[in-house]
Write a protein that binds this ligand. Structure first.
Ligand SMILES: Nc1ncnc2c1ncn2[C@@H]1O[C@H](COP(=O)(O)OP(=O)(O)OP(=O)(O)O)[C@@H](O)[C@H]1O
Ligand SMILES: [Mg+2]
Length: 272
């Protein structure tokens, strides 16, 4: 458990959480201490964060609950990165809300080029200081991953980002040997982002044709879950989305189409 304590202390040190001697404690009591040591400055509020994903706000009573952590889970090529990018772009362009994209899967140059094709000029936002892309390409070791996360979260804190995307939790969690460790880290992350007043979109990769998310606990820790799927049909592949969960929200229970064009990604209700 020694390495877990190191991680906890590393992450706790990012915010103003009390650092304490964890060497004689069980992991669950460490978590309890970290959480109770955090001043309750922030609570998930009633106000909504407009998502910038056309069609989604209408499905979730206007947007994500401010300060929440939302899992965007989906299969390869289903549109997770585009949707996440639109979320940040919308916040920075239309609401003056700074955004950060922590990427463990895509390099900045590729991201900027692909988004430019969709009319999203992230270079401009970067120059204005309202967007940061944190390139954390695929960590090989646990130590590297935690250092990378530590660095990235400090950046998020110092720029006072109100919107955060982590692409992906799958890439981070694969370095943990034990499920319990990954779960604690996710709880801490959720707690930290709430402290920072940041609404977080956590991307989770789901292999094509599968329904289960990562370790399984992500579904319970997250405040909301949006599933993006690619479905094989006679005519070809169809992309579809559903809101599986959104705490405190009377959300749509229906599948809708995911439509991607040069104008970006939108969610379109099925025509019956
Ligand atoms: N300009 C475009 N016009 C139409 N469709 C596009 C366009 N650009 C991208 N797409 C579609 O979006 C998909 C890529 O979206 P995105 O990168 O957001 O997927 P992803 O879920 O993040 O994938 P991965 O799991 O590989 O990271 C492409 O496979 C393609 O189907
Ligand atoms: Mg992606």
């Amino acid at each position: 458990m020694a390495s877990l304590f190191r991680k906890l202390i590393l992450i706790s040190s990012i915010s103003n959480l009390t650092i304490f001697d964890a060497s004689n404690m069980e992991w669950w009591s460490v978590l309890e201490n970290v959480v109770s040591a955090t001043p309750l400055l922030a609570i998930k509020s009633e106000s909504r964060v407009s998502t910038g994903i056309k069609g989604l706000d209408e499905m979730i009573e206007g947007g994500f609950p401010r300060g929440s952590m939302i899992v965007l889970a989906g299969s390869p090529g289903s549109g997770k990165t585009i949707a996440s990018a639109q979320y940040l772009y919308h916040g920075a362009s239309n609401f003056g809300e700074k955004g950060a994209y922590i990427s463990f899967v895509e390099r900045e140059s590729v991201f900027l080029r692909n988004m430019e094709r969709l009319g999203l000029n992230f270079e401009r936002l970067k120059n204005e200081g309202s967007f940061k892309f944190l390139d954390m390409i695929t960590p090989g070791t646990e130590a590297f991953s935690m250092d990378a996360m530590n660095f990235a979260l400090k950046e998020v804190q110092s720029m006072k980002a109100q919107r955060l995307v982590i692409d992906s939790f799958t890439a981070i969690s694969s370095v943990f040997e034990k499920k319990a460790e990954a779960r604690i880290i996710l709880h801490l992350l959720e707690r930290l982002m709430l402290e920072f007043g940041c609404t977080t979109l956590l991307v989770v990769e789901v292999p094509t044709g599968h329904k289960d998310l990562g370790f399984g606990f992500e579904e319970f820790v997250a405040d909301g879950i949006i599933m993006f799927e690619t479905v094989d049909e006679k005519e070809g592949i169809r992309k579809r989305a559903v809101v599986r969960k959104m705490r405190g929200t009377n959300h749509s229970q229906n599948y809708c189409n995911i439509v991607v064009s040069n104008q970006g990604l939108s969610l379109v209700p099925y025509v019956t």
